[in-house]
Design a protein around this ligand. Structure first.
Ligand SMILES: [Zn+2]
Length: 485
C-alpha cells in the first residue's frame, strides 16, 4: 500500500475504535433501550391518553399536607416533537372543598414555540405568561423520547456523567439552550427521570422532576405508562397512560390565533393600590385581586397581608408608608400559608417587617426566607434580611392605647389549618381571607367562619375580606340562608 492509503485505513480504524465518552454512552444506552437510536430520532409525535391526579401545591391544608388532590379524567398530552408544540387537555375534579365548588373543570394548557396558552371551559383561548411558556417548553422534554432525542442531537452538550441514587446520570443542554439532568437505570438502561430547574415565587429555585415507570411496548419503542412529577419535594402530577400513540394523529397543536396575536406577558401587571379609611386608623388597601389592611398604633403601623408577589407587596408597603410617613411599619400579619397569600412575605421581610402567622406556618416561612432565588432574584435575594417571625397558636392581642387587634386561629376550617382572622373590637371589623369572599358563587367555608365568630363572641359590623369588597356582617349570615334553601 502507498502511504496515502495507509493513512486512510488508519483514520477509518481510529473512527471505528473511537470510544464514546462516558456522557455519550449514557445517552446511547438510553436510546438503545428505548428501541434504538434511529427509531428515537425518527419520532415525530407522541400522544398519551389516560388519567391521574394533580396535587394542590401551596394550597393544601398545611404546606406539607397531601390530602387534597384533583382527580384527572380524559387526560391527553400531545407533543409535536419537531415543531416544539405540546397541548395537555384534562378534566379535573377536586376531592376537597374547593373555593370554586366541586364540579369537574376542563383544562387546556398548550405551548407553541414562544406562545403559551390556556383555553377556558367556555372555549375562549388566552395567552399565558412567558414564564409559563418557558416552563411548558421545558416540560416537552420531561419524557424519555424527547429528552433522549434532544441529547442525541450533535448540537446538544453533555456533561457530568455520574452515579446518582443508584442510577447513571448526565447533564444535557439542548441545542436550544435548555438544561436538564437525565438519569437511566443501571440495568435496563431505560430513562428513570428527567430534572430541570425553574423559578417559583414562593419556593425560589426549584427542581421539577418527572420520573418514569411501567415501561410498555408501543410501535417498537419502550414508553413509560406512569409519569410522576414533583416540584421540589411535592408531588404535583401522577399520570397513568391507558393508550399511547407514536406518529399518529395529534390534532391541531398550533396556538389559537387569539393567543398567538396577543402581546407577550413578561411580568405581573403593575400593582394598583387604593386606600379607604374604614375607621379611624384602619385603612383598606385594595385594588386588583388581593387586598391588605393597615392599622395605626400609637407609635407604629401594622399591615395585614402582603400577598401574591414582590410587585403587589412592595406597592402595598409603599402605600402604607405614604399614608402615615411619621410612623414605622413594623409587622405584617399573614392570614395563611397559601402561595397567593404568602408570596409577598419575602418582600415584606426585605423591607424589615416582622411576620406574625399561625404557628403551623413558622417552619415553612423559616425555610422560605432562606431559599435561594438565583433564577429570578427577588427583593429579599437582592436585599437579604433575617426573618423575625412570631407564631400564634389560638389567639393573640396586638394592643396599645391607640389600637387593639385580636388575632384568632380559624379552627377547623376546611380551607386551611393555618388561618388567622383579625378582629378590631372597637371598630367591630373582621378581616379574613378566603373563608368568605362576598361575590363568590359558592361559600364552602362560611359556616365554619360563623362558628369561629360565635365561639369568640365577636361583635362584627363589617367584614373586610382580602378578596372582594367590604360588606355588612349580614352578608355573611345570608350565605347560610341560601345554603339551606
Ligand atoms: Zn387560601
Amino acid at each position: 500500500m502507498r502511504p496515502f492509503h495507509l493513512a486512510l485505513a488508519a483514520a477509518a480504524m481510529a473512527a471505528a475504535c473511537a470510544q464514546p465518552t462516558l456522557e455519550q454512552q449514557i445517552v446511547n444506552d438510553a436510546a438503545a433501550a428505548l428501541g434504538g437510536r434511529d427509531k428515537v430520532l425518527a419520532v415525530k409525535s407522541i400522544v398519551i391518553e389516560g388519567d391521574g391526579m394533580n396535587g394542590n401545591l401551596g394550597q393544601d391544608m398545611t404546606m406539607d399536607a397531601t390530602s387534597q388532590a384533583f382527580q384527572l379524567s380524559g387526560y391527553k398530552r400531545a407533543i409535536d416533537v419537531a415543531a416544539g408544540r405540546q397541548r395537555v387537555e384534562q378534566t379535573r375534579t377536586p376531592n376537597f372543598a374547593y373555593f370554586q365548588g366541586q364540579q369537574a373543570q376542563k383544562q387546556v394548557l398548550g405551548v407553541d414555540g414562544d406562545v403559551a396558552y390556556n383555553v377556558a371551559p367556555d372555549g375562549k383561548p388566552a395567552r399565558a405568561a412567558q414564564a409559563a411558556a418557558k416552563d411548558r417548553r421545558v416540560e416537552i422534554y420531561h419524557h424519555p423520547l424527547t429528552i433522549v432525542r434532544a441529547a442525541l442531537d450533535p448540537a446538544a452538550r453533555l456533561a457530568n456523567p455520574r452515579d446518582a441514587n443508584g442510577q447513571r446520570a448526565v447533564d444535557v443542554t439542548t441545542a436550544g439552550g435548555l438544561t436538564f439532568t437525565l438519569a437511566i437505570d443501571k440495568t435496563t438502561k431505560l430513562p428513570t427521570r428527567v430534572v430541570s430547574m425553574t423559578d417559583n415565587t414562593n419556593l425560589g429555585d426549584v427542581a421539577i422532576e418527572t420520573s418514569f415507570a411501567d415501561y410498555q411496548d408501543v410501535s417498537g419503542l419502550k414508553l413509560p405508562a406512569r409519569l410522576t412529577t414533583k416540584t421540589d419535594k411535592y408531588t404535583t402530577a401522577e399520570i397513568r397512560a391507558s393508550k399511547q400513540i407514536v406518529d399518529g394523529e395529534t390534532g391541531d397543536l398550533a396556538a389559537p390565533q387569539a393567543a398567538a396575536s396577543a402581546p407577550a406577558i413578561t411580568a405581573p401587571p403593575p400593582a394598583t393600590v387604593t386606600a379607604e379609611e374604614l375607621a379611624k386608623g384602619v385603612w383598606f388597601l385594595a385594588g386588583q385581586t388581593h387586598h391588605s389592611v393597615l392599622a395605626e398604633f400609637g407609635d407604629h403601623l401594622v399591615l395585614i397581608e402582603s400577598p401574591q408577589n414582590d410587585t403587589r407587596a412592595l406597592a402595598v408597603i409603599a402605600k402604607a408608608r405614604e399614608l402615615r410617613p411619621g410612623k414605622p411599619l413594623t409587622q405584617v400579619v399573614n392570614t395563611h400559608h397559601h402561595f397567593d397569600h404568602s408570596g409577598g412575605l419575602r418582600a415584606a421581610v426585605s423591607e424589615g417587617l416582622a411576620v406574625i402567622t399561625q404557628s403551623a406556618n413558622v417552619a415553612f416561612y423559616k425555610d422560605a426566607m432562606t431559599r435561594s432565588h438565583t433564577i429570578v432574584p427577588d427583593a429579599l435575594a437582592k436585599n437579604a434580611k433575617p426573618l423575625t417571625v412570631e407564631g400564634v397558636d389560638e389567639e393573640k392581642t396586638l394592643q396599645d392605647s391607640a389600637m387593639t387587634i385580636n388575632l384568632y386561629h380559624i379552627a377547623g376550617s376546611p380551607h386551611a389549618d393555618t388561618l388567622l382572622m383579625a378582629y378590631f373590637p372597637k371598630q367591630r371589623l373582621l378581616v379574613e381571607a378566603d373563608v368568605f369572599s362576598p361575590a363568590s358563587a359558592v361559600q364552602p367555608y362560611a359556616a365554619n367562619l360563623i362558628e369561629n365568630i360565635k365561639k369568640h363572641n365577636l361583635q362584627v359590623d363589617r367584614i373586610v375580606p382580602i378578596h372582594g369588597t367590604v360588606v355588612p356582617f349580614s352578608e355573611l349570615v345570608k350565605t347560610q340562608v341560601k345554603a339551606t334553601n
